[in-house]
Design a protein around this ligand. Structure first.
Ligand SMILES: [Mg+2]
Length: 217
């Protein structure tokens, strides 16, 4: 009998169209929070936040590593960053519901977002009940993707052989550690035009193309 696959998805800009502007709003609010806390000018915010993202992945991970002297109040950070109307950006997605419901294996989320945000966002898309587990930035103790530790913790927690896991992400860089661990990698390119590097097994134009992949394990 064929082994069942585990389907592991990034969330932001993977399970919704980046054109909805949600990720930009989240990043804008993270920058505002740091600016307020540290008296950074808008130009300093732009430059430093981008650097944190490039070097460390999640802005909060980068901030904790680069500025340990500024003890960040994680609860305040989450409150501030998520203090906007999420339903303005996300609504029930029937096509996505049908796609996920039709997958022959369990669905999990591995995201650098906060669990409380992911919970609400998945509910708004109408897919929360189709997801067996949500792994956010709290679960990985703020060492988010592409830190290999994040992927290893999740694999451990699910209790699965990485060879049975198919991992989907819009961020090429975040697919690399997944491939290294032995997962099958799917790049949800969503308008990005780069040539996929060797650690990308499959490329989808958007998540709805998932139905055209033959992904048995
Ligand atoms: Mg993403």
């Amino acid at each position: 009998m064929a082994k069942k696959c585990i389907y592991l998805f990034d969330f932001d800009n993977t399970l919704y169209d980046p054109a909805n502007g949600l990720m930009n709003e989240l990043k804008r609010r993270m920058g505002l929070f740091l600016a307020k806390q540290l008296n950074w000018t808008p130009a300093e915010v732009e430059e430093r936040v981008e650097k944190l993202r490039v070097l460390h992945g999640p802005i909060i991970t980068g901030f904790m590593r680069e500025y340990p002297e500024h003890k960040i109040d994680v609860e305040l950070f989450s409150q501030f960053v998520h203090d906007f109307s999420l339903p303005d950006y996300l609504a029930v997605d029937r096509r996505l519901q049908a796609l996920l419901a039709g997958l022959p294996g369990d669905v999990y989320i591995l995201s650098n977002g906060f669990e409380e945000y992911l919970d609400q966002a998945l509910a708004l898309l109408g897919i929360k009940d189709l997801v067996k587990g949500i792994y956010g930035i709290r679960f990985v103790q703020f060492s988010g993707k592409p830190d290999p530790n994040a992927y290893e913790r999740v694999i451990d927690d699910i209790g699965v052989d990485p060879a049975s896991v198919i991992y989907f992400d819009d961020n090429i860089r975040d697919l690399k550690p997944a491939k290294k661990l032995g997962m099958t990698t799917v790049w949800v390119s969503n308008g990005q035009k780069w040539q996929p590097p060797k650690w990308v097994d499959y490329r989808l134009a958007d998540i709805y193309q998932l139905s055209q992949l033959d992904l048995s394990c």
